[in-house]
Design a protein around this ligand. Structure first.
Ligand SMILES: [Zn+2]
Ligand SMILES: [Zn+2]
Length: 372
């Protein structure tokens, strides 16, 4: 099970509804454990206010079970947002940083400072420039001294380098008896935005799992919602239940948008690319050919770029994104990093993407979570 939890979906200027783009990948908790957490969070939010404790309604064993969380970019009050989603900040094992613009990194000192009393190790990944910056950034606040119990290890990555996150995790977590996490393999590559920029290409999971005609996995008992006719999702249940997406088909099958047919499908490795901030880049879309999920810069509608052509060198507008994603055969497109400093509506973004893109479109909102 891999779950994405959006902590933010906006550009560098936040709005009342959207903070800077960042998200959590939860790769290590079973569905039943997660629903227990969600239940506890709902009970907590509907009951009396409580302070001073992390997820007080979790039982001891649930706390010990631990999740394996990967934080992707680190702006703003990460701790606050994670707690709002019922996630333990202590469970962040890795941070992947796309580049060193403030809206992607300024929350890092606060995150480490908030964890100063918790024994832990966070592995931070990024380009050499990014990693060097982050190290200095933490030193600026004396956050790599002995009194800080959460340590940060730095892993500089070169373009086209591949890493396997869980192999590294297992070195330190041999006694962890929690549900075995998904294997996560990542390959990074450069994108045209900033000298420190890297995009991340993920491969999740290795197992083959049969599903029945209702899309239920044989190894799970929780029902999977049938796909609705509407394939554009813009869930407004902030902080609510995780959203179930329809069961995926294998790459070899034609995606007709109908997932209710009676057949035996096999779960394959899930591929996802996160672009970070980037100009529209042919090389990225070559890598994105037939990927299951593409989370991509969709900073504004095209008319804003016409007004400020310099944007073409740094970001992607929704018309280009829809066209390029369609050409690449992307199965699920997830646009993000919506500018907050210019006037447009999300429906304008949707309309522009839909002019060309025929696949599944998921327009995320802050605090939305869904399973891959
Ligand atoms: Zn940005
Ligand atoms: Zn940027």
């Amino acid at each position: 099970m891999v779950e994405i939890c959006f902590l933010g979906t906006g550009g560098s200027v936040a709005t009342p509804d959207r903070d800077n783009t960042s998200f959590i990948l939860n790769v290590g908790r079973s569905a039943s454990q997660k629903s227990a957490v969600l239940k506890s969070v709902r009970e907590e939010s509907s009951g009396q206010s409580r302070t001073g404790e992390i997820n007080p309604s979790l039982t001891g064993s649930e706390r010990e079970a631990g999740q394996k969380l990967i934080l992707v970019d680190c702006p703003g009050a990460i701790i606050h947002k994670m707690k709002k989603l019922g996630l333990r900040p202590q469970d962040v094992r890795s941070i992947l940083v796309t580049h060193i613009h403030p809206d992607h990194i300024y929350g890092l000192p606060s995150l480490v400072h908030s964890l100063m009393l918790d024994e832990g190790l966070i592995r931070l990944y990024g380009s050499e420039e990014t990693v060097e910056f982050c190290r200095s950034f933490l030193d600026f606040f004396s956050l790599r001294t002995d009194r800080i119990k959460t340590k940060v290890d730095f892993f500089p990555l070169k373009p086209d380098q591949t890493i396997k996150l869980n192999e590294l995790d297992d070195i330190d977590n041999k006694s962890n008896t929690a549900a075995s996490p998904e294997a996560v393999e990542i390959k990074v590559f450069s994108v045209p935005h900033h000298s420190s920029s890297l995009a991340y290409h993920f491969w999740f999971g290795k197992e083959t799992k049969a599903t029945d005609s209702e899309g239920r996995s044989f190894s799970e008992t929780s029902p999977v919602k049938k796909k609705t006719k509407e394939s554009t999702k813009a869930d407004d249940s902030a902080g609510g239940a995780a959203q179930e997406l329809p069961a995926k088909k294998t790459n070899a099958q034609t995606d007709t948008g109908d997932t209710n047919s009676s057949e035996l499908s096999h779960k394959k490795i899930i591929q996802m690319i996160y672009s970070g901030d980037t100009a529209a880049d042919a090389a990225l879309f070559k890598k994105a050919r037939n990927v299951d999920y593409l989370i991509h810069d969709s900073s504004s509608p095209s008319r804003i770029f016409a007004e400020y052509p310099v944007l073409y060198t740094m970001h992607t507008h929704s018309l280009d994104l829809g066209r390029l994603a369609q050409e690449a055969g992307v199965k699920w497109l997830i646009p993000c990093h919506f500018f907050g400093e210019v006037e447009f509506s999300i429906s304008e973004i949707e309309r522009e993407i839909r002019k060309n893109y025929k696949g599944h479109l998921l327009i995320p909102k802050d605090f939305m979570r869904f399973k891959l």
